[in-house]
Ligand binder design. Structure first.
Ligand code: MSP
Length: 639
């Protein structure tokens, strides 16, 4: 069967963060799962490069637009390559083939009578690339979606007869209750449609960075609305309007989107497709929003999590596992190093890693790493049944995109494996001279792990390939059919010694996110995000002071942290927990001075309160504290 999985295409106005990585991880996992099952699968991702927002970002960066788009698009592509994303095609909306396809689609809709010319007068949010009627604006001025200032636009425009599709869309939602997953999300879509659809302005004349109208229209002034251009990527990638080479994959099986762009995918996109007489995607999978340490990520707060940094530090597949498992699909999630470390230590290291190590250890000790499954059925028919039951339940979760549940259930296999070892104590059987029984238990557990590795492979392809190699088999559609569908056992294991896959992690390996008071002035905050610059007043919101380090002590079990008592000229000393142990000894510090951020919200590090932060410069050679050139009174302000 053909399967077609897509991610949204990412705007090239900034580099990828973990929110983008999340959509891509989910889509990649589902695509790999379909391939494992033997389905012919096409997986699309790419970048969205037209529109006023990109034009403005390029200008701010003083770069020609195409060059700017090329650079950022490449960072996405490289990142996905580094994160082992198995896309079939990486589309760019500046690709010639895409633009040809968009023009063709426009022509078809126009010839159908769905596009007409008129005047548009309204409010436009450049950031969301969306028009809003005045009634929807906040305080008559601000975008209801992102809070930024909107611009009043009056221009000639072509319109798409969206209003004609109101009833058809509502009927489609009724007939296909699982069109949007999780199903609960369809209500907001229905309500939006029921409140009345206005025709959609689908061209612009106020800027030029976009796809031109088809030549036959002879109207050079207009470029296409970026969302029309962008949504079409899902079919132009398959050759729509050109060679149609891969149109056999249409309609898409699942199109993944974040909740913020559901409306575009569940209303505009189906309406465009209806106009093009093309079938609608089977599912729109909607995921929630990621925050960091409970706060919205933004460039100005400096708390954006770069997926590459986390992947390089903690392992790409560990991050991927964490994100897939941490959040029920559809709900919002929070990234924190603590939560990531906890999952690595408990689920990956304890449950999965331990099981593999125990198999390696026991097989080596009892039978020179060679284990066969001859007696498994005889001694463990009940456990085999439990194993099969867990495995049988998994597909349903994946089909409903409940990937967190899929992983949760899958983990029951590791509990089963570890439990079996505990219960049957092969080491006791060996002492009692019941080697057959002991080896049957080891073989059972090796089979449990082999099957679990197959089912885990879509989420952790590289890690499970190592596990399979350790057990001496390969994960592919053949082994899936034999071991999962036909429920066979692997006849013989020739087990290899492998280094532990998930070393335990004791403390955060990356600097913590700076903790800040949320900025009260929303519009100002958003302005900062756009150009990365701050006002002088914003700088002075940070209180920097000279501090004298009075006491310093080592934090047990931490190779990085020191606990300091710092005099900031206040009644009481401040406790500051700083990650500087690798560069400074206790003796180095006592009596010296440093620059301290004095108005940070207190935070806990390894259970200890930290009431400030020391400024330091960091490079490959380590940290160097920033200090006043000449000694100053404790508490002297810096600025
Ligand atoms: N270019 C449009 C999509 C066009 S698809 C035809 C766009 N791009 S985006 O780069 O702004 O966002 C791409 C995806 O990333 C969206 O699905 C969005 O929901 C997701 N995320 C962006 N920030 C996110 C989080 N903080 N958390 C989770 N996902 C987030 O919209």
């Amino acid at each position: 069967m053909n399967k077609y999985i897509t991610t949204p295409i990412y705007y090239v106005n900034g580099e990828a963060h973990i929110g983008h990585a999340y959509t891509t991880f989910i889509a990649d996992t589902v695509a790999r799962y379909e391939r494992l099952k033997g389905n012919k699968t096409y997986f699309l991702t790419g970048t969205d490069e037209h529109g006023q927002k990109i034009e403005e970002s390029a200008k701010k960066n003083s770069k020609p637009i195409q060059e700017f788009a090329d650079e950022i698009s490449a960072t996405f592509k490289n990142l996905w390559d580094e994160l082992n994303i198995s896309y079939s095609k990486f589309i760019r909306t500046t690709d010639e083939d895409h633009m040809v396809g968009v023009k063709k689609a426009f022509e078809v809709m126009y010839n159908k009578g769905d596009i007409y010319k008129d005047f548009y007068e309204g409010h436009y949010c450049v950031s969301c690339e969306t028009f809003f009627p005045e009634t929807q604006l906040i305080d008559g001025e601000f975008c209801p979606d992102c809070g930024r200032t909107t611009n009043v636009v009056k221009e000639e425009s072509y319109f798409f007869r969206l209003s004609n599709y109101e009833d058809k869309l509502l009927k489609y939602y009724e007939d296909n209750p699982d069109f949007v997953l999780p199903c609960s999300r369809i209500n907001e879509v229905k309500n939006f449609v029921k409140s009345g659809l206005r025709d959609l302005s689908v061209t612009r004349t106020s800027f030029t960075w976009g796809v031109k109208l088809p030549d036959f229209m002879g109207d050079d002034k207009h470029v296409m609305y970026v969302w029309l251009d962008a949504l079409m990527n899902y079919i132009t990638a398959l050759g729509y309007g050109k060679d149609e080479e891969n149109m056999e994959f249409w309609p898409a099986s699942t199109q993944f989107v974040g909740k913020d762009i559901l409306r575009f995918h569940a209303i505009y996109w189906p309406a465009f497709l209806m106009s093009l007489d093309l079938p609608l995607p089977k599912h729109i999978g909607v995921h929630g929003w990621w925050t960091r340490d409970g706060e919205k990520m933004s460039k100005s707060k400096g708390n954006v999590v770069a997926p590459k940094d986390v992947a390089d530090t903690y392992g790409a597949e560990n991050l991927r596992y964490f994100m897939l498992r941490e959040v029920p699909f559809g709900q919002d999630g929070d990234f924190s190093q603590r939560a990531l470390i906890d999952r690595i230590n408990s689920e990956l290291s304890n449950d999965l890693g331990n099981l593999l190590n125990r198999i390696i250890g026991m097989s080596g000790k009892y039978s020179d790493f060679l284990i066969d499954s001859i007696d498994v059925q005889k001694y463990h028919s009940k456990e085999i049944e439990s194993m099969n039951k867990i495995i049988d339940s998994l597909d349903g979760f994946m089909q409903n995109l409940q990937i967190h549940r899929y992983l949760e259930e899958l983990w029951k296999l590791f509990s089963l494996g570890n439990g079996v070892i505990q219960e049957f104590e092969p080491w006791v059987k060996m002492k009692e001279d019941k080697k057959d029984e002991a080896l049957a238990t080891v073989a059972l557990v090796a089979n449990i792990l082999a099957k679990a590795a197959i089912m885990l492979s879509p989420a952790m392809p590289k890690t499970t390939a190592i596990i399979a190699d350790t057990l001496n088999f390969e994960i592919n559609n053949e082994s899936y059919i034999e071991l999962i569908c036909n429920k066979k056992l692997l006849k013989l294991f020739n087990i290899k010694k492998t280094e532990p896959l998930f070393p335990r992690i004791d403390e955060p390996l990356m600097p913590e996110a700076p903790l800040q008071e949320p900025n009260k002035d929303e519009s100002n905050k958003e302005k900062k995000e756009d150009d990365g610059l701050i006002e002088i007043g914003q700088f002075f919101e940070t209180s920097l002071k000279v501090g004298t380090i009075i006491e310093a002590e080592i934090v047990p079990k931490s190779s990085k942290l020191l606990k300091l008592q710092v005099d900031l000229g206040e009644d009481k000393l401040r406790q500051v927990v700083a990650g500087i142990r690798k560069s400074y000894s206790v003796e180095d510090l006592i009596g010296t001075q440093a620059c301290v951020v004095a108005n940070l919200k207190p935070a806990k590090l390894m259970g200890m309160l930290s009431e400030g932060m020391l400024l330091a410069a960091k490079d490959d050679e380590g940290l160097s504290l920033i200090r006043p050139e000449r000694p100053k009174k404790a508490g002297t302000p810096i600025g």
